[in-house]
Each structure stands twice: as structure tokens, then as C-alpha cells.
Ligand binder design. Structure first.
Ligand code: SF4
Length: 508
């Protein structure tokens, strides 16, 4: 279709791949031109996991092809930077009006402002961040904390999700207590998921990334992650049919031989816009209403999508840009070589989780929080370095996701604004919630000696190191009481110094 130059351009960013949202919502072929820019600077801005990079670039290319097939005049171009791509597009087509959906990042929003791009509200979430800001102001004015639980209950009520009248379905708001079971011992099988056959676009993108000389890490893509809406809907259908019912009870469990258990693996598709959280929540509730999944599983899943994910999105906009610089515990250690692939490790739990990240660019939430995050917290890894590493290496990575999850939740670098106490634990938690310790050369019960579990040693050292900053936190009184009663604290701290040196050297 030939499009006159006087019509506006709708600029689609790489994490806004939804035909029915934002600036594309009411558009038809012929009334606008569509621009997608593949920025070479962005491709080279980090040492990305190859599957993360491929997913974004391939999903953009598929989206561009789908819009073209619908009849849109699509300019999908490669350029040195996003700004260069926009300028070249405007010069080529004589465009003087460019519209976009609000970007998902602080820097993206600043860039579009500088470039004079008009924006419409970002409607890829259930709760607009401005409404979240109003909620937060009301809470803080009333002297209350901004807890996820309170936000989630407010959203459930406002949006009438899992509600029976004005009461929560199942009689309780929160079924977490039913969802903390250790790994099952019955050798059960977990739901399988479809892998999508790579097509010409996927192959061309992989070739383009190789030609660009982009430094990447990890196993190459094998069709695991949906790159189109149709594929994302297949993943959603499969989860609702096979994964949702068994999801809840073992959502916090970890198994060495099973990378996803019954987790949905929908976060990459949600974070690119291929799925909308509203349709995911609505369909999950419908499964419960049909009696095909128990309330603890459905509530636990909806809590992740409508509670935690939206809460993190709201906090990102509320606390940026200062939040990037938070480092209240003064942590300055580099990301361990055992995480980055520069070294192997004897820590069975870390080796398993990092192996999953290398193979798929993915680890589920408890592996992220209680293995990677916990070790980074107790070892004192620099919060921004850890954020940046997770952003680059997880297929669902983005700054808005990683900043609150890493700086606030995992590393307690914000002084307790988000979480009331640090999520630090020794090897006992991992031993209870996984089968990793069974085959590990370290002993989760020991804190001193060569076979002491690094998690256990570093847990006590973390408390001792941070007693001044955390000792007055009443929620940690029990932990600090335990530390003060340790007869071998000095010996434990000597072992901790050895563990930290080996962690840095990649020889642990
Ligand atoms: Fe991980 Fe410690 Fe258990 Fe080994 S003993 S698997 S290092 S928690």
C-alpha cells in the first residue's frame, strides 16, 4: 500500500509488540506508517544472553512482518542508534508527526522527550503507574508502608478479580501458606511445553547478530521462547491446561533435574507485550471458576501477575531515577565469576541454577531470590552490577523488572523501603526447599571448615558485617540473637574471608 508522507508515524519499541495497545490501538493500514528501529548501540550495550537478545530482535521482526501482512506500511530498519533510526526515517518519508506508546524505561522516556515524540499512555499493565503513585501518596500520607499485599488486595477489589462480592474467593486473600511445600518425593512428571520451530526470520536474526559481532553468552536459541503472539497464546493455553493446577503447592521448590516445575514461563511474552496481563489473569480465573484448578494455585499465580509484577512496575516509576544508585549496605563486590560463566563452582545449587540460565536465559523466582540473590546479598555484591547482570542474562529482563527485584527485594540495598528485612538465609533453606544439597560437596549444616556450605558461612558473616545497619530491625531480632550466641563466630568469619576470596577468584 502506498502511503502519503503527511500521515503520522507510529513508532513501536521492542517491548511494545501488541497490535491492540498504545499508539497502534485504533490504527488501520493507510492512516499511519509504522517504524521499528533495531539499534546497533543497544545490541552492543551489554554482554547479553544470546537468547535474550535473539528473543527481542526476532519478536520485533515477526511483529513488523505481521503488521506488513495486515497492510501497514512498515519501516523496520537497522541504525546505529534509536535516534539515528528515527531521523533517517523522518528524512526518507518527510514525516513531521511521530507517535509512540510511553516507553517502559526511564531513559527511553527521556529519549523520546528529547526527540519530540508525542506519547500516549502505556497500557500494557493493569495499573497505570500514575494511579499507583496516587495510591502510594495516600498510603504514605496515612503513615503506612507500600506493601505488595495491600496493593494486591486493592487491585483485586478495584478490578473485581477472584472476588465473591466483596469477599476474596476461597475465603482468604492469601494462600501462600499452602504454597510452600518442599519438592515432592514421588518422582512426578511436570508439564511439558511446546518448542517453536525456528523460521526464516529467526534464522536471519541469528545471522545478523553474528555478523554484527555482538558479544553474547549462553546457549543459542532453540525455539523455547515465543516470538509471536500466536506462540505466546500457545504457551498460555498449555499453562492453563496443564500447569496452573499443579503450580501452587511447589511454587517455591527447586529441583536439580527440573528447570521450571509448573511455572508458567510467561514472563518474557508478557514483558514484550505479546500477552497482556489482563487476558492472562482473566483466563486463569476462568479456570478456577470452572473448577479445573484449586484456589491456592490460581491465587498464587494471579498474585504473581496482578500483584507482584504490577507492584514492581509501579515502584520503578515511583522511585526512579534515584533508585538505581541505592546501596545502603555499601556492597561493592563484583558479580561472581561462577554466575557469569567465567568459572565453574562446586556449589551444586549455584551450578544448577547458572546452568539453567546459560541453557535457557531463565531461572524461576525462588532460584533467582534464594540462590543467586541470596549469595549476592550475603557476599556483598554491588547492587547495580547484579541488576545489570540479571537484566542482560534473563529472557524476561528489563530495567523496570530488575531494579526493584534486585535492589529492593534480593539485595536490600534500598534500606528497607521495599522489603522489611533482608532475604538472607543459610544453606538450611536451600536444603529444605530443594534436592541440590544431596549431591553437593559442601554440608549445609556446617559453617566452619573446608566442607562448610558457603551460604551458611556467609549468612552469619553477613549478619556480623551488617550488625550496625540491621541490628535494630525488630524483624531480625531472632537472627541477631542467634548470631550473638555463636561460640565460633570468629572462626566462622575467618572461613567467610576464605569463601569470599575464592568466590571472587572463581575457585569455590
Ligand atoms: Fe548449595 Fe550449600 Fe546446599 Fe551446596 S550445601 S547445594 S552450596 S546450599
Amino acid at each position: 500500500m502506498t502511503v502519503p508522507s503527511s500521515i503520522p508515524t507510529v513508532w513501536i519499541l521492542g517491548d511494545q509488540l501488541n497490535r491492540h495497545r498504545g499508539a497502534l490501538r485504533d490504527r488501520s493500514p493507510g492512516d499511519c506508517r509504522v517504524l521499528l528501529v533495531e539499534s546497533r548501540a543497544k545490541l552492543k550495550s551489554k554482554r547479553w544472553h544470546v537468547q535474550r537478545l535473539h528473543l527481542v530482535v526476532s519478536a520485533m521482526a515477526h511483529f513488523a512482518a505481521e503488521l506488513a501482512a495486515e497492510g501497514f506500511d512498515v519501516d523496520h530498519r537497522q541504525a546505529p542508534t534509536l535516534a539515528d533510526g528515527l531521523r533517517a526515517h523522518c528524512d526518507q518519508f518527510g514525516v513531521d508527526e511521530v507517535l509512540a506508546m510511553e516507553p517502559m524505561s526511564w531513559d527511553g522516556r527521556a529519549l523520546l522527550d528529547r526527540l519530540g515524540v508525542a506519547t500516549v499512555a502505556n497500557d500494557q499493565f493493569l495499573c497505570d503507574y500514575r494511579d499507583f503513585g496516587d495510591w502510594a501518596t495516600d498510603r504514605e500520607t496515612a503513615g503506612k508502608r507500600l506493601t505488595m499485599e495491600d496493593f494486591y488486595r486493592w487491585q483485586r477489589t478495584e478490578l473485581d478479580v477472584l472476588m465473591d462480592g466483596d469477599k476474596p474467593a476461597g475465603g482468604r486473600w492469601n494462600f501462600d501458606a499452602d504454597n510452600r511445600e518442599p519438592p515432592p518425593k514421588d518422582g512426578r512428571t511436570w508439564p511439558t511445553i511446546t518448542r517453536f520451530e525456528p523460521d526464516d526470520i529467526d534464522r536471519a536474526v541469528l545471522g545478523r547478530l553474528a555478523e554484527a559481532g555482538t558479544e553474547v553468552w549462553g546457549e543459542p536459541p532453540d525455539g523455547l521462547w515465543p516470538v509471536t503472539r500466536a506462540q505466546a497464546l500457545t504457551r498460555l493455553d498449555e499453562f492453563l491446561t496443564y500447569g496452573l493446577a499443579p503450580f501452587g503447592p511447589h511454587e517455591d521448590a527447586m529441583l536439580a533435574e527440573e528447570w521450571k516445575l509448573a511455572h508458567s514461563t510467561l514472563s518474557p511474552a508478557l514483558n514484550l507485550g505479546l500477552l497482556h496481563p489482563g487476558e492472562v489473569v482473566e483466563r486463569a480465573e476462568a479456570v478456577y471458576r470452572r473448577g479445573d484448578a484449586p484456589i491456592n494455585s490460581v491465587e498464587g499465580f494471579i498474585r504473581q501477575v496482578m500483584g507482584w509484577r504490577e507492584y514492581v512496575w509501579g515502584l520503578y516509576w515511583l522511585w526512579m531515577p534515584d533508585y538505581r544508585d541505592q546501596n545502603q549496605l555499601g556492597a561493592c563486590r563484583p558479580v561472581p565469576p561462577a554466575f557469569t560463566g567465567a568459572a565453574t563452582t562446586d556449589m551444586a545449587c549455584v551450578a544448577s541454577v547458572v546452568g539453567n540460565v546459560r541453557q535457557r536465559g531463565y531461572a524461576h523466582h525462588i532460584e533467582r531470590l534464594m540462590v543467586l540473590g541470596n549469595l549476592a546479598l550475603t557476599a556483598g555484591v554491588d547492587p547495580w552490577a547484579m541488576t545489570d547482570w540479571m537484566w542482560a542474562n534473563f529472557v524476561d529482563g528489563a530495567e523496570w523488572v530488575m531494579l526493584p527485584n534486585v535492589i529492593g527485594m534480593a539485595l536490600h540495598a534500598d534500606g528497607g523501603r521495599m522489603a522489611t528485612k533482608p532475604y538472607a538465609s543459610g544453606g538450611a533453606y536451600i536444603n529444605k526447599m530443594s534436592n541440590h544439597c544431596r549431591d553437593c560437596r559442601f554440608d549445609p549444616k556446617k559453617r566452619t571448615g573446608d566442607t562448610a556450605c558457603p551460604f551458611t558461612t556467609l549468612y552469619w558473616d553477613f549478619l556480623a558485617r551488617n550488625e550496625k545497619a540491621l541490628g535494630k530491625n525488630h524483624r531480625m531480632a531472632r537472627q541477631f540473637g542467634g548470631m550473638r550466641r555463636l561460640a565460633d563466630l570468629d572462626e566462622t568469619r575467618i572461613r567467610a574471608a576464605d569463601v569470599l576470596a575464592k568466590l571472587d577468584a572463581g575457585s569455590l
